[in-house]
Design a protein. Structure first.
Length: 410
């Protein structure tokens, strides 16, 4: 068989315009010659010229790999199917989702099903396996494993890696809750508890926790904030990027990229931090690592370990031997619970939190940060029993650029 060079092209994908490497491969399952593609990286990272894409092809030695393919007539294994999915699709996912998918594939799916022919796996076998995992895994975790395996089969059919019409063996599999198994309930904090939690924190950590508590931002979204995202005049914070696992990423969904409201109480605390930070330029991180001289944001997990969790134990919110999940995301749950309990309109709360599963509500409320959301956030913040005062001059930032919906170029 003649050697092939493949070709590169730009495709529109969820994460943005992406360079892909295209080639032909012989499908092991039926011997048919089909087109395959591998995502190389975003255009904003590799550049608009093909030379950057070809350089990435060379770095990954992809030409050598595609010309070393052999056809043995054996049936495609689930491991091979998952490997193709991993190289082609996972780079297009949000960074936190990439980690989850790779963890599930490498630690659960491949050890059990990697060597099995993909079309020989039966639903009854999968059902028994998923139920057996209940001995060590909670129902939500087993459901994620089931859903990712289902997605791999769907992808295989969509991109002709599996024959058209292939039945997805994961479709009928259920993740049933075990008798006596408790549903996971996040630890919720009252506004008084949340306020007491941060009293002894240094200003950076105190500001970070307050921003998350008042806006419901995810940890990756809060760590991805730069000073150019703070819109004092418009009473909002723009969510243009995330910081996760040491790299900049796009917001999780289109709805996640909408701005969040910023009441004057919250703005005053942010301004106070701006006057103290040594990294206050527009493109500097809001919560920088001083150890890395501001080149990267702080590590959220370290803040939870060093400050948030010890403070929760000290206040009796957690016991010293409590190993349950507790971090900044608990503040997001607490914000929603506190607002609903105080009589705020549920749709307003959903608009503030940008819940992706409430698409209609989000589309209705996310066009602009209106006064209803800002007032609701203000009522929540006034319940904080803090002693924060602002004695400095207001933060002077230029008016933000018009909203384009696209992440800021780094």
């Amino acid at each position: 068989m003649a050697k092939q060079n493949g070709w590169v092209k730009i495709e529109a994908r969820a994460a943005g315009p992406t360079w892909t490497f295209c080639f032909y491969a012989t499908r092991a399952i039926d011997g048919k010659r089909v087109q395959q593609k591998i995502a190389l990286g975003l255009v904003e990272h590799l550049g608009k010229s093909k030379s950057g894409a070809w350089e990435e092809v060379a770095n990954q030695k992809l030409r050598t790999k595609i010309n070393n393919q052999t056809v043995t007539g054996r049936r495609l294994t689930f491991g091979e199917l998952a490997s193709q999915y991993e190289s082609s699709q996972i780079p297009n996912l949000a960074r936190t989702t990439q980690y989850l998918h790779r963890h599930v594939i490498n630690d659960y799916l491949l050890p059990r099903w990697g060597d099995c022919p993909a079309l020989d796996i039966k639903p009854v076998e999968l059902q028994d396996w998923v139920q057996a995992l209940a001995a060590t895994l909670a129902t939500p975790t087993r459901a994620k494993i089931r859903d990712i395996m289902h997605r791999i089969y769907e992808w295989g059919v969509r991109y002709s890696v599996l024959p058209l019409g292939t039945h997805n063996p994961v479709e009928p599999v259920e993740c049933r809750r075990q008798p006596g198994e408790k549903k996971y309930e996040p630890t919720l904090l009252t506004t008084a508890q949340a306020a007491s939690l941060v009293q002894s924190f240094p200003l950076l950590e105190r500001t970070l926790v307050l921003v998350v508590a008042a806006t419901g931002l995810r940890m990756s979204e809060a760590l991805g904030l730069q000073w150019q995202d703070i819109d004092i005049v418009g009473s909002r914070i723009h969510v243009r990027r995330t910081w996760c696992h040491g790299a900049v990423g796009a917001p999780k969904t289109a709805s996640s990229g909408k701005p969040v409201p910023m009441h004057g109480i919250l703005a005053a605390v942010v301004q106070m931090w701006h006057h103290e930070t040594p990294y206050g330029q527009l493109t500097d991180w809001l919560f920088p690592s001083t150890k890395l001289k501001g080149k990267q944001p702080r590590e959220g997990s370290q803040i939870v370990k060093d400050y948030l969790r010890p403070a929760a134990v000290k206040l009796g919110i957690l016991s010293a031997d409590d190993n349950s999940r507790f971090g900044l995301h608990n503040l997001r749950h607490s914000l929603a619970t506190a607002m609903v309990a105080s009589g705020e309109d549920v749709k307003t709360v959903q608009g503030i939190l940008r819940h992706a599963h409430s698409k209609t509500t989000l589309d209705f409320y996310a066009h602009s940060v209106d006064t209803v959301k800002v007032a609701a956030q203000g009522r929540y913040l006034r319940d904080w029993n803090t002693t924060l005062t602002v004695e400095r001059a207001p933060l002077q930032l230029p008016a933000p650029a018009p909203e384009t919906g696209a992440p800021v170029q780094e």
